[in-house]
Design a protein around this ligand. Sequence first.
Ligand code: ATP
Ligand code: MG
Length: 190
Amino acid sequence: MKYFILFGPPGAGKGTQATSMVEKYSLRHISTGELLRKEIAEGTELGLKAKSLIDAGALVPDEIVEGMIESVFNTEKDVAGFLLDGFPRTTAQAEALDMILAKSGDEVTSVVSIMIPDEMIKERIRHRAAIEGRADDANDTTIENRIRTYHDKTEPLVEYYKGKGKYNEIDGTGTIEDVRTKIFTLMDKF
Ligand code: ATP
Ligand code: MG
């Protein structure tokens, strides 16, 4: 089983690229952000807990997303692999993922990191706010907090995966098609 991690700051285009990646490589897409938004939409207890954190631009507790990921792994056996989008986002989550995979003798196959500068993050999220109507895209303070959270809590994972020889970076500033072509060239190697 292959386990790809789609990494990058908010607004880097992970969700957009994930769609064509899962299709081409027969992967199951797991977006923790989407799973959380579904919980919120359904008004579950978990969703209620997550909403205030997400709207503030903070992360939800590690245990919550770790549990979500593991339950998808356990229920979806009929795939070539998984594409993790928006997970892991902290060192603790990365370590938890390694432990979960080790139970079945598996490990992370590769990290595909889409990089864009902070200024472009803001531009893209403001543009998306008008299209997708996400509450956490509509507020400048929330966007600033998400960028800060990314640099403080998530960016250290670059070194974590470089240390394991699994880190691959793609320039995310081009068009959707440009970025897709670069990702496919990289993914073809695995
Ligand atoms: P992108 O624009 O690339 O899809 P994003 O950061 O804008 O990325 P999501 O990945 O959809 O959006 O995440 C939305 C919110 O959900 C995050 O700001 C965070 O509060 C919460 N969240 C998602 N994944 C995690 C995670 N692995 N750990 C903790 N919180 C998470
Ligand atoms: Mg997303």
